[in-house]
Design a protein around this ligand. Structure first.
Ligand SMILES: NC(=O)CC[C@H](N)C(=O)O
Length: 366
């Protein structure tokens, strides 16, 4: 069935609908990954966004039971050039069309997604709608222009209550701002005794759990929309070793007094080169973010830049000069993408070990 994709700049694409027939509005963003559509569509950081993929054939290996990054996908829609109706893979359980029908997610195919990506790169991220042919184009453009974007995405996707994911190693409190399961998997692989907590946990509640370390997850939206998280981080800073990823990195920067800003069209893909400033090593990283830490705002925050993006020089990693805390803007858990940065999880565990040893020395000398 024919459907339309309407953008706030007045562009209209006509394509073929797949998945759910609902009409959805969202921020249209592009991802350049050549594989990993299942992880992308289930990454909660895309909550409220319509994702277009620049790779031209999507759905060819189907949807399987293993590769979800969350149980309830939060994206508003998918825009592809060609959707595969007959996936072929030993793990495949559903086609993209079948899966999207069960989750009320509309898809549109037959779109020149590279042209669409060039529009987004020129205009910046823009609002759009996947809707039926009956919708009046002028009315929809006006609606899109006047739209106030939601600010409660983290609340929508975070867990409602705490739950354990037990292990015999370090106790890590993992704050779920819209966590990709890959982060939990990496901590479990290192036998961490994980407790996942909701986004609005307070510093007191975190400290009552007697954590050895705290992990701040990725998540959707503008970090400034989550003031409770900023207060919590201020309350635990220096008391517990901290590692943050993506939204967690941005919240950490805000808690330390730095500023964040919206990027023109963001970084979303699986091949973003990032340079570690100390070693000079380059990692090819998985990324999905539309906000960034403003480098000039780092003066007098106690933070230093550890990593930069080679494509545009933006801040990709931070470290606190005094306290055991570091964060990255990219995704060391990959899912999808290269695993070049996976060692950061080991560095987190090593940071916890040495913080404990320091504490023991202080006790012995007291
Ligand atoms: N993946 C993330 O955590 C994204 C962080 C934030 N929502 C951004 O778009 O920049």
């Amino acid at each position: 069935m024919k459907r339309q994709l309407i953008l706030e700049d007045g562009t209209v694409f006509i394509g073929n609908g797949f998945g759910s027939e609902t009409d959805k509005i969202g921020e249209v963003v592009f991802n350049t990954g050549m594989t990993g559509y299942q992880e992308i569509l289930s990454d909660p950081s895309y909550c409220g966004q319509i994702v277009t993929l620049t790779y031209p054939l999507i759905g060819n290996y189907g949807i399987n039971r293993d590769d979800f990054e969350s149980i309830y996908p939060a994206i508003s829609g998918f825009i592809v050039k060609e959707v595969c109706d007959h996936p072929s893979n030993f793990r495949s359980e559903f086609s993209l069309d079948e899966y999207f029908k069960t989750k009320s997610i509309p898809g549109i195919s037959g779109i020149d997604t590279r042209k669409l990506t060039r529009i987004i790169r020129t205009f910046g991220t823009l609002r759009g709608a996947i809707c039926s042919m009956e919708v009046n184009v002028t009315d929809m453009i006006n609606q899109l222009k006047g739209l106030t974007l939601p600010t409660d995405q983290v609340k929508q996707v975070s867990t409602k209550s705490s739950y354990p994911s037990p292990g015999r190693g370090q106790r890590v409190v993992l704050v779920d701002y819209g966590m990709k399961h890959g982060i939990l998997r990496e901590l479990n692989n290192r036998d961490c005794d994980v407790i996942v907590v909701p986004y609005n946990v307070t510093a007191e509640e975190v400290l009552q759990l007697r954590p050895d370390g705290i992990m701040l997850s990725n998540g959707p939206g503008d970090p400034k929309d989550v003031p409770e998280a900023i207060d919590m981080i201020k309350g635990i800073l220096g008391k517990v070793p901290l590692f943050g990823i993506c939204l967690g990195h941005q919240l950490f920067a805000l808690a330390c007094g730095a500023n964040t800003e919206k990027m023109k069209f963001g970084h979303r893909g699986s091949n973003h080169p990032v340079k570690h400033l100390v070693t000079g090593k380059i990692a090819i990283t998985s990324q999905n973010h539309g906000y960034t830490v403003n480098e000039a705002s780092l003066v007098k925050t106690g933070l230093e830049v550890t990593h930069i993006a080679l494509n545009d020089g933006s801040v990709e990693g931070l470290r606190h000069k005094e306290y055991p805390a570091f964060t990255v803007q990219y995704h060391p858990e990959a899912s999808p993408g290269p695993e070049d940065a996976n060692n950061l999880f080991n560095e987190f565990i090593e940071m916890i070990d040495s913080f404990k040893k320091e504490g023991e020395k202080v006790c012995q000398n007291a």
